[in-house]
Design a binder for this molecule. Sequence first.
Ligand SMILES: Nc1ncnc2c1ncn2[C@@H]1O[C@H](COP(=O)(O)OP(=O)(O)O)[C@@H](O)[C@H]1O
Ligand SMILES: [Mg+2]
Length: 361
Amino acid sequence: MASFMEKLNKPCHIVNSVVELCDEIRVGAAAAIVAEEAFRGNTIELLQPVLTQQPSWSDFPLLLLVAGGRVTVESERLRKLRLPLGNVLLLERPLRPETLSSTLEMALRGRARQYQIRDQMQQFERAQIAMRRSEKLAVTGRLAASIAHEINNPLEAVINLLYLVRADVSSPRAQQYLNQAEHELARVAEITKHTLRFYREPNQLVPVDLVAVIDSVLTLYHSRLVAAGIIVNKQVRTGAVSVLTSPGELRQIIANLIGNALDAMRKGGRLVLRLSQTTDRMDATPKVRLSIGDTGHGIPKEILPTIFEPFITTKGETGTGLGLWVTDEIVKKNGWTMRVHSSTHPDRAGTVFSLTMPFCV
Ligand SMILES: Nc1ncnc2c1ncn2[C@@H]1O[C@H](COP(=O)(O)OP(=O)(O)O)[C@@H](O)[C@H]1O
Ligand SMILES: [Mg+2]
């Protein structure tokens, strides 16, 4: 056999037992040629777990040299045992060398394709990890920009107020300016406190107060809401509810959804945030539902089925098309559900995302 393989110019290992064969398959053999006598007794059973536990890309080719002639009790027994082995090519002896070589060539070509699929799958996985990381950075960057923007407004107010105080320290209005400056500084402190609270424990699962997360995201978007003339309508129809999750992730979801709603309402509108209890039809457990609705331009029918896919954006340069994809990933990871309804009809244009989660009181 070794000289035959040498003629074919293929590297090969001769093994003397099924155990050794299994080891070779595990370390990366491309195909195996086995005479069926090797499976005498129950040795074929050793091969079964190795072949049934192959990764999804793999379908290991096994060339089995069977004895020609009549069907015997032994040949029937082996036939049944090899059924679960998958990619088995039977070659009846006596065998012409070119039959063996062409079958082997075919098996190796198939195996090479499998390796290509494996490599593509690995590449795809690496790309997904990189994309997730880049969206995290993009979200962090956008949040940093929002925070800087939010802090800048009250700071400018403070600088102006101090200027007025310095101009006339003794005037009765000076007291009023100082009070106002104090108030603006308190707002700055509030923004930084909110931000820090949500970034201190990034990945631990803790009970997170939903209303607190919503409020902190609203604090962050405060001046964008005011500048765009958007009315916020917050309806809390539950007692205090907490969700067991990582606070940073829940905040990321809510910031993404509210951010998209604001993007859709450049010329004013209404942002409705509704928190209500609901019962899951599947497992009858009480859940909390957060709906985030806007009166923006709505999502066109053509792109609605694809919005959770990466890189789908209608915002040109300013969009990444990764926000909803990451949001969906986090939702799935936590075992929550998310639904979306949207209309572009001029009379009732708008979008509602609703998120359903189990809660702890
Ligand atoms: N509330 C919404 N109203 C209208 N369109 C939306 C809304 N939310 C999402 N979309 C649409 O879905 C697309 C994908 O959103 P997203 O994944 O967050 O990416 P991005 O915001 O970077 O474009 C958006 O470009 C927009 O067309
Ligand atoms: Mg977005």
